[in-house]
Design a protein around this ligand. Structure first.
Ligand SMILES: *Cc1c(COP(=O)(O)O)cnc(C)c1O
Length: 222
């Protein structure tokens, strides 16, 4: 059996059935996406628009792929991203949320959104300050044409297991407070801890597509 498909089946077996697996296919060829689609995977995530467009063109015959955008989203890319991604997990400011809503109305689209939160200072990453998100939440949750699905958070580098556990617990508590059911927590290096804390969706790149020594991805790809 194809090692990619073996890793996929193994991850699926280890994940609780109620936890969704989002295959982070950035940097991977369309052929790998096609192979995973062939065994039932439907949700794929990309972080760069140009790269995603090229793969989506190659995979145009697979109409039921659910594409998630997980990269930093610049204001001038909102329209093209909404046209080819049904879900955006990297909504990181009130301004961006309002812009997404306005353009979704214009385009007749209903994107599913995750608010990306920054629970620790981290110059390398975007994300709502949690207090800022709480303050704006009454307005944001009522924005037209968008469907808020959950929170997304990326732990900063260098946390040990105890630090990761409390990070994920905080994210889950914030999602509860905001009545958001989706918790997009957990990547290749930390997903078991995220799932134990209440993650509902794990975003897996390297452990699925390219494990091995370089699979210590928390310390590489970000
Ligand atoms: C790249 C990326 C992932 C996947 O990371 P791995 O550690 O390779 O699983 C998950 N989430 C986001 C936002 C990413 O940019």
């Amino acid at each position: 059996m194809d090692p990619l498909l073996e890793r996929y089946q193994d991850l699926r077996r280890r994940l609780p059935p109620e936890v969704a697996l989002l295959a982070v296919s950035k940097g991977r060829p369309a052929a790998m996406i096609r192979a995973l689609h062939g065994v039932g995977q439907r949700s794929f995530a990309e972080s760069r628009l140009q790269e995603a467009l090229a793969k989506q063109a190659e995979l145009a015959d697979l109409a039921d792929i659910d594409w998630h955008f997980i990269g930093r989203l610049q204001a001038n890319k909102v329209r093209p991203v909404l046209r080819c991604f049904a879900a955006v997990q990297s909504v990181d400011s009130p301004e961006l949320a309002r812009r997404i809503s306005r353009i979704a109305v214009e385009e007749g689209l209903q994107p599913r959104l995750h608010a990306q939160v920054k629970l620790r200072p981290d110059p390398a990453k975007g994300g709502f300050d949690p207090d800022d998100l709480r303050r704006h939440w009454d307005e944001l949750r009522q924005l037209p044409a968008v469907h808020w699905q959950g929170l997304m958070a990326i732990p900063p580098l260098g946390l040990d297991d105890a630090g990761l556990r409390s990070f994920f617990r905080e994210a889950v508590a914030l999602a509860d407070d905001l009545h958001l059911e989706g918790r997009s927590l957990g990547m290749s290096g930390d997903w078991p801890l995220a799932v134990a804390a209440g993650s509902t969706l794990v975003r897996l790149g390297s452990t699925l597509f390219a494990p091995g020594p370089q699979g210590a991805s928390r310390f590489a790809e970000r």
